[in-house]
Design a binder for this molecule. Sequence first.
Ligand code: FAD
Length: 490
Amino acid sequence: MSAVWLRASALVVLALFGSTALGKDKQPTAIVVGGGLAGLTAAVELQDKGWQVTVLEAKPSIGGRSGLAASEWVGSAKLQPTLHAYLERFKLKALPAPEYVRTPGYLIDGRYQSQAELGKSSPSTAEALARFDKSLDDLAASVEDPLNPLTSHTLKSLDAMTAARWLDKLALPPTARALVDQRIRSRYDEPSRLSLLYLAQQARVYRGLPDSEMRAARLPGGSQALAQALGKQLKLVKTNAWVSAIVQEQDKVTVKVGATGYSADYVVLAVPLPALGKINLTPSLTALQNKALKDINYGWRDQMLLKFKKPVWGKARLSGEIFSDKGLGVLWVEPALKGGANLLINLSGDNARLMSAFGDRQMVDQVLIRFDTFYPGAREQFQGYELRRYGKDALVGGAYLAYGPGEISQYWRLWEKPLGRVLFAGEHTDALYPGTLEGALRSGQRAAGQAVDLFAGKSLEPAKPAAKAVAADKDEAKGGKPGFFSKLFD
Ligand SMILES: Cc1cc2nc3c(=O)[nH]c(=O)nc-3n(C[C@H](O)[C@H](O)[C@H](O)COP(=O)(O)OP(=O)(O)OC[C@H]3O[C@@H](n4cnc5c(N)ncnc54)[C@H](O)[C@@H]3O)c2cc1C
């Protein structure tokens, strides 16, 4: 063997070994597009694992849809385990809610009534609400696995049907129907726009957990406080950075903000679907993803904080989850740090859509006029407002995902699959808890885990069901009675 050949071979081995070693030692990099709770979670999880992460957020501040509330209601640790794990990590203390706000309240013809009071003043309405709860529970029981809601032809048929059609068949008396409509529209969207299977699947996720677990505590500073705590962990967050394009190449992906390009090994795309539709992707989304972008229904929910000189609602409880028969719901009293009395009102579904043509002040006036009829003098005591109109915000485009009829059958868990080096996160990508803080956080964790697996050369498995989410036992899940579905479909 000649000395020249030996030296050349040694160089090749060195070069090969060197590049492998370099690849192994190279710090993996990620760009997270969107500084809402999902993006921030993905970024923190990746950074914890030694990744170099850059968060790009279009707005001047992080936090996304984490809202207007100065003291937000959160569910119990049983209901929102991921949220509570982060609250614990960042030593954010949620204050237990008093018992009286854990049960829903009703504002009927402007008169506040607790559940117990309603039972006395209008037994027929209370009975009809209980009948609705029981029917929804029967529907939920028919979904054996909420991660797999399409296991039978019958369940697929539920997806083709709207929640409104099912409610029509229940034939609730008018006040009860108005209250049920309000509950569905403020949690998801207008019943006429909602897949019945989605309503059933969501009821299945929370089955066995009493409603009182939903408003178990208040978080001072709201979910914004969590967003800030997550943000503080991160080394590189760029705000006012609207991402217009993402270009994937064989060994990297480049994200465009104006004329600047940021490159990394992976991108976590944590923006709501309407905002995703405005980003130019190369290669483009799949045909199904593009169709989903146009189709998938988002609920509509605007939030307004009305500031009064004093609590014009007197001693009425107005706190917790209050549904009104006149479309004002959910509402609750907020701490007024600068004095006075603050009331947070959510306008949901078509009630909010109808007002989308109004200017901010006009919209507030519409609500004030109604509120003044319930609590005379409210307009005189009114001294200001803050407003979040998520449906009109181009960086959101709605409140949150709320599957419309036929959409689960087409798009179930579509956004959990990566597109090359791009991973999707955001509440809309979580199969169990869409439209919630829990869903946003879980999706960030899932996307970070996927990036780590891809970087390690592993193939991706679909996410496993969270143990707590499928808590109800199998016998319960099979609890659909004979004739239940035939009655439903007549
Ligand atoms: C009115 C209302 C009430 C709610 N109430 C509750 C509740 O009581 N309990 C509960 O658990 N959940 C509630 N939620 C849901 C919860 O707030 C959301 O699920 C969660 O905040 C969504 O987080 P996200 O990170 O998925 O999305 P977002 O918070 O929307 O974050 C996405 C981010 O991406 C940014 N972005 C968009 N496009 C681009 C771009 N091209 N380039 C860069 N950045 C971009 C946006 O500015 C935004 O900051 C409520 C939501 C609303 C709207």
